[in-house]
Design a protein around this ligand. Structure first.
Ligand code: HEM
Length: 364
């Protein structure tokens, strides 16, 4: 069902409209304001607010206005962050028995997780209630499409709300943050993106359609290259349903946890060559200057096979629209010294500990 809805052209056009409204009406004015005051800005926080607003508007037709920095960040977003952090900490326990005992006695981190999940469920139900109250006529968001279809089961709808927030918020924010971190360290790449954008859109011309994004091959290559080094989902596990064999003949017993690790795979010399640690979008461009896709089993940033990410195209629309609108008007400088090495926070998606403090400078 989700795959059918997300595959529709009308929903992609709606996503393009939502994202570009958020860029023009909130993101760019906010950046201009900070640039004029010469203030340090946590770009990771800005991208998380941006992607939360975008995914809520796109999925439910509701606007939490998180990017208006004067407003407190929504309780929904805070509970999501906490639940994501505590779930990731579960995985870091030496043995699952530790968190299972805590859950049984309802103590410590498990007590906090239970509370956060309860709040998420209540807020997700509130989203559905508000959507119903506002009515569905002329509403193009994903939830309206599901409700207008056959789905009436409340728990199912609630789970759709939560899944879409989980899938589409932190992933895009993480990808945008690492892209801008790498662009700040590699101004040559930022300049090449600007040149390509001016060539495709025309000097000082605004982005007007989704189709224009398809011709931005170097920008797409930069986004893929950045996610090779910093995949938003660094590793992911599945449990084997039945006894099975991996393609190389390794036997996997029923119930075994199998983990694939895009972060490690993106940094393997035998997969990417001796320059694997370099941020080099050119490795994705073929001799005809066109972006060339890698085998998803070599680059499983969006998963591969039947469980591949359903929001991939939408994520690319968001990442490209943000990057080009930002780079055409602003330069980014890291507020940390150039020797600073980013560290990650615990969470289901990758995020920089301490955020990404930067100076934003308007291009004259
Ligand atoms: C750069 C951004 C993104 C990345 C790197 C990413 C990555 C992934 C990965 C690795 C999975 C597989 C998870 C698993 O099997 O456990 C996945 C699944 C999924 N993603 Fe994304 N995602 C991104 C953005 C989005 C967006 C924006 C949406 C929605 C608008 C979305 C919707 C989904 C859905 C619905 C699934 C579940 C597919 C299924 O279970 O069959 N994703 N994504």
């Amino acid at each position: 069902m989700a795959s059918l809805e997300l595959g529709r052209i009308s929903i992609r056009l709606y996503a393009f409209e939502v994202i570009n409204n958020e860029i023009q009406n909130r993101l760019l004015p906010l950046l201009a304001c900070v640039a004029n005051k010469d203030e340090v800005l946590d770009l990771q926080d800005v991208f998380r607010r941006f992607s939360f607003d975008s995914i809520c508007k796109f999925s439910f037709g509701l606007d939490p206005k998180c990017l208006e920095l004067s407003l407190p960040i929504s309780q929904f977003a805070i509970s999501f962050d906490l639940a994501s952090q505590l779930s990731a900490e579960r995985a870091m326990n030496v043995s699952p028995i530790v968190w299972k005992i805590k859950r049984f006695f309802n103590i410590g981190s498990e007590r906090k997780l239970k509370k956060a999940l309860k709040l998420i469920n209540i807020l997700a139900q509130e989203v559905i209630r508000q959507r119903r109250k506002l009515g569905f006529s002329n509403h193009r968001d994903l939830l309206s499409r599901f409700i207008q279809g056959d789905i009436v089961n409340e728990t199912y709808l609630r789970d759709i709300v939560i899944s879409f927030l989980l899938a589409g918020r932190d992933t895009v924010a993480s990808a945008s943050t690492s892209l801008f971190y790498l662009l700040a360290k590699n101004p040559r790449v930022a300049e090449k993106i600007r040149e390509e954008v001016n060539e495709v859109l025309g000097l000082n011309q605004e982005l007007t359609s989704c189709e224009q994004l398809r011709d931005l091959h170097y920008l797409q290559a930069s986004i893929y290259e950045s996610m090779r080094l910093y995949p938003p989902i660094q590793f992911d596990s599945k449990f084997c349903l039945d006894d099975d064999f991996l393609p190389d003949g390794t036997f996997v017993k029923k119930g075994t946890r199998v983990t694939y690790h895009p972060y490690a795979m993106g940094r393997m010399e035998e997969l990417w060559g001796v320059d694997y640690l370099e941020f080099k979008p050119e490795r994705w461009i073929n001799k005809d200057s066109v972006f060339s896709q890698e085998n998803p089993f070599k680059y499983p940033v969006f998963q591969a096979g039947v469980r591949v990410c359903l929001g991939k195209e939408m994520a690319l629309v968001e990442l490209k629209s943000v990057a080009l609108s930002f780079l055409r008007r602003f330069n980014v400088e890291l507020a940390h010294s150039s020797h600073h090495i980013p560290r990650f926070s615990p969470g289901l998606t990758a995020s920089f500990r301490g955020g990404l403090p930067v100076f934003v400078r308007e291009i004259k």
